[in-house]
Design a protein around this ligand. Structure first.
Ligand SMILES: Nc1nc2c(c(=O)[nH]1)N[C@H]1C(S)=C(S)[C@@H](COP(=O)(O)O)O[C@H]1N2
Ligand SMILES: [Mo]
Length: 293
């Protein structure tokens, strides 16, 4: 039986190597053995500063996460941390797969709050701590499939979206949940682009029953640490049965609404990217096959 069935995902070799290499660099830095610029550069290139910036309530909670125990998860070998945090789609930082890791240096996710709006008991701004701390953090290993026909298996840490919805208490008028990514052009070079490829802020949405599905997840970490900026720090959606673009990053606003929200990719090209976007290998994208990945 593969080792990932017995140990927590963040204890597997890739990640152990990753952090031990990092701590070697950090101790060398402390002892004055490594030139600062070089060491800082290595640390930056290895997945951002998420681990250092996250508040201790979150890193402590993440350490106590319930490990994934899904017996159906066969032969799904997780992608190495370097790939999960080095090959990304996050247009706010650029359209190249390497841009989110290299261009997210000025993004400062902490402290974070989320604006809660619409058909809900108590609208208003809520700190991420208020929203996450009451819940048990779980590990979920999901295959994230991008509509571009690639996928990776990722060990997320977070809470079911449903737990947050239960906490927020939407009214019976709420039929959809609408999510918005933070709008910070000064920290996000893609949002400053003269001819941006999509409109900002990035918007996504789910029908209420999809949002309440037990697999629908709000990730605050990956591979045993808080989320790197390029993966959507400090909090992003993960919907394992929908194409990756539904899994909106760096969520700053959650609205409970009556009507189906207009989402970013639907607005930019509704023929290619619909609201529901359920993964289905037998339905081709208008410009390419979805049969394999
Ligand atoms: N705000 C925002 N969220 C986003 C995107 C984006 O460009 N901006 N890209 C989406 C797409 S197309 C994919 S495939 C996934 C990629 O997530 P990952 O980089 O953590 O693998 O994030 C999704 N969430
Ligand atoms: Mo994607």
């Amino acid at each position: 039986m593969p080792s990932w069935n017995k140990i927590r995902e963040h204890e597997v070799t890739d990640e152990r190597w990753f952090w031990s290499r990092r701590s070697v660099i950090q101790s060398a830095l402390a002892l004055g053995l490594a030139p600062n610029a070089i060491a800082a550069d290595i640390l930056r290139s290895e997945g951002g500063q998420g681990k250092d910036d996250a508040p201790s309530w979150l890193t402590e909670k993440i350490k106590r996460a319930i490990p994934e125990t899904d017996p159906l998860r066969q032969s799904e070998e997780p992608a190495p941390f370097e790939i999960v945090s080095g090959y990304n789609n996050f247009y706010e930082f650029g359209t190249d797969k390497r841009d989110p890791a290299s261009e997210s240096g000025s993004f400062e996710p902490w402290p974070w709050s989320i604006q809660v709006e619409g058909e809900v008991e108590k609208p208003g701004a809520r700190s991420l701590e208020d929203l996450i701390r009451p819940h048990q953090i779980e590990e979920r290993i999901y295959r994230l499939r991008c509509v571009e026909a690639w996928s990776m298996v990722i060990p997320w840490l977070g809470i079911p979206l449903r737990s947050l919805i239960d906490q927020l208490k939407p009214t019976s008028q709420a039929k959809f949940v609408r999510f918005e990514t933070v709008l910070r052009p000064s920290e996000m070079p893609g949002q400053r682009a003269l001819f941006p490829s999509i409109d900002y802020p990035y918007v996504e949405g789910l029908r209420m029953d999809e949002a309440m599905h037990p697999l629908t997840f709000l990730a605050v970490g990956v591979y045993g640490q808080s989320l790197p900026k390029q993966n959507g720090a400090p909090i992003r959606l993960v919907v394992p049965w929908k194409y990756g673009f539904k899994s909106i990053k760096s969520i700053a606003k959650i609205s409970f609404v009556r009507d189906q929200p207009k989402t970013t990719w639907e607005l930019s090209n509704s023929r290619e990217y619909g609201f529901y976007a359920n993964v289905n290998p037998s339905v081709n994208h208008p410009r390419w096959s979805q049969a394999s990945e």
